[in-house]
Design a protein around this ligand. Structure first.
Ligand code: PLP
Length: 293
């Protein structure tokens, strides 16, 4: 199914619906040729984007780090509305009709400069299935500690840039080994994040429940899904912890999830060669915090 594409430009922020069956991107576009740009991937349920405020905030932060212009939230909102109004049918699930909504902000061509796109498509069934079935994940080294990058703004730590080739390469690597997802570790084995997700860990101690995640501001991407779940969990009386976490913390936990905006929560059913507890009740409780936001 062809996605719906809407373009916004700084010079004329009026959104324009494009014909996605034809050429859309110039061969000189530096978002395409250099991965020079930022993006957000969001979930729309029954044509309403979830936690749009958090995504627009993170896109503004990425734009600032990349020295790209910031569009008004109202301009993005008008473009999203237009794209959703022309969208193909969403994938039906127990949550509603599901669409993936991507915001892309490219450096553009040297002649024309930056511009934004909104791309709407139906969520793949396989993504929805991983919420229920969970994933087999592997721990893989990131090579260095991204916290070291935070001192150097040109390394773009914490920005969600269009340069995702490494994130895609690690997924191909784990798939070639029979797993479905990857969790990056730093050189000291500290847990960082998934290839396209945040890591959430639950620990039970009698009646006390603790929810843990690696420190979000230390060079990894601050996940909007993780943030929203932690907000709900805090209000519901959970203890919250922000790392550092090591492989043993995951292997000895009462549950590990990969959280991201479209897949929502994928329980990690197996980490390397070890089975992990998958607790549907806990998953539903965390999902409830996210959905009630
Ligand atoms: N970390 C990385 C590297 C990601 O690519 C993503 C999402 O794509 C996340 C974390 C989770 O972010 P969010 O929950 O805002 O989708």
């Amino acid at each position: 199914m062809t996605p719906t594409v809407v373009r916004i430009d700084r010079s004329s922020p009026q959104p324009r619906l494009l014909d996605a069956t034809g050429p859309l991107i110039s061969i000189e576009d530096e978002g395409y040729t250099r991965g020079d740009g930022a993006f957000e991937t969001m979930l729309a349920l029954d044509l309403t984007v979830r936690k749009l405020d958090l995504h627009l905030l993170r896109l503004a932060q990425s734009s600032r780090l990349l020295h790209l212009p910031r569009y008004d939230d109202a301009d993005w909102q008008a473009a999203i509305e237009l794209a959703l109004s022309a969208a193909p049918a969403g994938t039906p699930s127990e949550l509603g009709a599901e669409h993936t909504v991507k915001l892309l902000l490219s450096r553009g061509t040297p002649a024309e400069g930056p511009y934004g796109l909104v791309v709407v498509s139906a969520v793949p069934e396989s993504t929805i299935a991983q919420r229920r079935d969970g994933v087999r994940a592997m721990l893989l080294p990131r090579g260095h500690d991204p916290a070291e990058d935070t001192a150097y703004p040109w390394l773009l730590a914490g920005a969600k840039t269009l340069s995702y080739a490494v994130n895609m390469a690690v997924l191909r690597h784990v798939r070639s080994l029979g797993a479905q997802d990857a969790i990056f570790t730093a050189s000291d084995r500290r847990i960082l994040e998934g290839a396209t997700s945040s890591v959430i860990v639950a620990r039970r101690d009698g009646d006390a429940l603790t929810l843990l995640t690696p420190e979000p501001s230390h060079g990894i991407l601050p996940g909007t899904t993780q943030g929203a779940i932690f907000e709900g969990a805090r209000a519901d009386g959970w203890e919250l912890g922000f790392g550092p976490l090591y492989p043993a913390d995951l292997l000895e936990s009462d549950g590990v999830w990969l959280s991201s905006s479209v897949r929502l929560l994928a329980p990690v059913a197996r980490l390397n060669n070890q089975a992990l507890p998958v607790d549907r009740g806990l998953t539903d409780r965390l999902l409830g915090y996210l959905m009630s936001r």
